[in-house]
Structure formats: C-alpha cells, structure tokens
Ligand binder design. Sequence first.
Ligand SMILES: CC(C)(COP(=O)(O)OP(=O)(O)OC[C@H]1O[C@@H](n2cnc3c(N)ncnc32)[C@H](O)[C@@H]1OP(=O)(O)O)[C@@H](O)C(=O)NCCC(=O)NCCS
Length: 326
Amino acid sequence: MRFDIVTATATDYAAAIPALAQVLRACVMKGAAVGFIPPLDLEGAVAFWRGQADAVRAGEKQILLAISDAGRIVGTVTLALAPQVNGSHRAEIAKMLVHPDARRQGIAAALLKRAEELAREKGRRLLVLDTRQGDDAERLYARLGWQSCGIIPDYALNGDGSSHATHVMYRQLPPRPRDLRVAAAHPDDPDAIPLIDALSADLLARFDSDGRRGLAGWSDVADRSLFALARLDGVPVGCGAVRPFMGETGEIKRMYATPGSAGVGAALLSFLEEGARNLGYRQLVLETRWANDRAVAFYRRHGYRLTANYGHYAGRPESACLTKIL
Ligand SMILES: CC(C)(COP(=O)(O)OP(=O)(O)OC[C@H]1O[C@@H](n2cnc3c(N)ncnc32)[C@H](O)[C@@H]1OP(=O)(O)O)[C@@H](O)C(=O)NCCC(=O)NCCS
C-alpha cells in the first residue's frame, strides 16, 4: 500500500474524526494500551478525538495522518507540545496508532519520522513517550533511536483486574545540519549590501578605516573579479571578493562573516580561491591589520604566509600583508 503522511489542519482534523475513531477503536479492540480498556465503542472513540479539537485548533497538539492511496486514514500520531514555560523545547509523542489491517508496512516509522521533523520545525528538540512494556511499539521506538529511561510497574489497568508496566523513553533530536551555500553574486545584490555595510562599520569602529574602496570600480574589471555571498539556511551571513592586483596575482577584499557563524569564513575563502584559480590567478595577496589578530590567525590557518607590505600598505606598520600560492 502506498501512503502519504500529512499534518492535519484544524479543518482536516474535524473531517478526519470519524476515521480516526475507527482507527482508535480497532487498535483498542486488538488490545492496544493507549489509554482505554476494551471494549471501546465508536461514540467513545469519537468523543476522545472531539476532546482534542481545542488543543489542535490552538496548535498545542499536532496530529499527523497516514492516508492510503485509496484515500483512507490508516494511521495517526499526535505530537503534543509541552505547554510549560520551561518545556518549550520538549514535546510528547502520543496516540501512535496504525489500523491492524495496515500494519508492518512502515507506516508507524514514517509517522514517527515526520513527527520528529515537525517537532524540529516547532523548535522542540527533546521528545518523550511511554509505551507498554513488551509491545511491538517498544521495538519500533528502540529501532528508531529512542533511549530507555526505565520501566514503571503497575502503570495502567488491563480491565481484568491486572495491570501492566510501561516503558518510559526519550529521544534527543540530533541538531539539524546547517545548509551553508556560497555563490557568486554582484556586490550591489540587495542581500550583499547590509553585509558590506556591517563590515565597513566594524572596520571603521575598530581600525578607523572602513575599507570601502576595496570594491571601487567593480564594473571596470568585473571579468577578472569575483564577489561571493554566503547564505546559512537561506540567510545571508558573509561575503568576500577577489580583485585583480597584478598579472596572475589577485587580491582578497571585503571578507566578512557575521559574528557567531562558524565555518562561513572558511567556506567563503575556499570558494574564492577556487574561483581565483578558474580566473587564471596563480597567487592571492591580502591586507589586514595586525590588531585584527583573529583575521591574521584565520588566514594563517588557511595557508597564507606573511609577505612584505605591498602597494600603498608599504611603510604602514599597522598593516599585515599575507599571500598564498594557489
Ligand atoms: C506499534 C504500531 C504503531 C506499529 O505500526 P506499524 O505501521 O506496523 O509499524 P512499522 O510498519 O513501521 O514497523 C512494524 C514492523 O514492521 C516491519 N516492516 C516495516 N515495513 C515493512 C515491510 N514493507 N514489510 C515487512 N515488514 C515491514 C518493521 O521492520 C517492524 O518490524 P519489527 O516488528 O521487527 O520491529 C502498531 O502496531 C499499532 O498501532 N499498535 C497498537 C497501538 C500502540 O500500541 N501504539 C503505541 C502506543 S505508544
């Protein structure tokens, strides 16, 4: 069976209640420990889901639906966002249900994976749940990376006077890999201007010179110049440029990465070096200030060596000039 996983809107949810009631009732009648003792009739199951509607409308509970290619709701899971002020990073997985005639096709695994993605989107990084000890679900969660906290004995009643234990589990969602992209751009790109302004303001405040002339006359030599823009998860976070200096030597200009964006400077530098090679440069030079010790250390870490101060930096003791053979 093919199936889709969708996050129910409040309207979808209202329409889905009869089908969700069928799934809940079928699971309980098959012996699932999900808050009820069999027998559960359809009205009882409908009443349960109706009781969730306010929380769904408020966004406190997110309901995922597994819908078969025939348009039938065959599974569901609830992501309940912790309402506590100090729990805004946490959510609970509840009512993981797959209709007995749709099991063992990966529907629960797909629901859980989507619930994790949704949790991340909602800023939740810790998930918790409990499940009857020894159930199929326990194996499913363990397989999907859930950790065991322990067993609570005598947790819920079975209906015949006996009780069963529950297994409390949690999952810390691994940090989402960041999407860092560097691409060629024009320095007049609206995404670039605030970065160039921020760099200029920073340099002016620290070194009394904003370095703005680094991009002067861009269009005159655009064919031998390269401006690069870095975006992290789509947000512009850094820039840099290579300009012609002399013959096969290019000059690095306007390197900037917004504070706290680790890895951006290295990605920009590597993009610019590769671009410079493609433009026919064999060597790069650059100037920074000795007082900018983090920048000096950064370039040295990336293979740049000190060189005699060149051009109009000659005779300026505050300038540190570096070079790298490509
Ligand atoms: C627990 C439950 C949600 C699992 O649903 P499911 O859709 O069958 O789960 P999956 O298909 O993802 O995985 C179940 C098993 O089928 C296997 N499977 C998945 N796709 C398969 C396929 N295409 N072919 C054969 N086996 C498959 C999985 O490997 C897994 O194997 P395991 O039993 O060795 O762990 C379901 O049994 C259920 O609704 N139980 C009652 C309610 C309940 O207890 N919920 C948990 C509350 S905490």
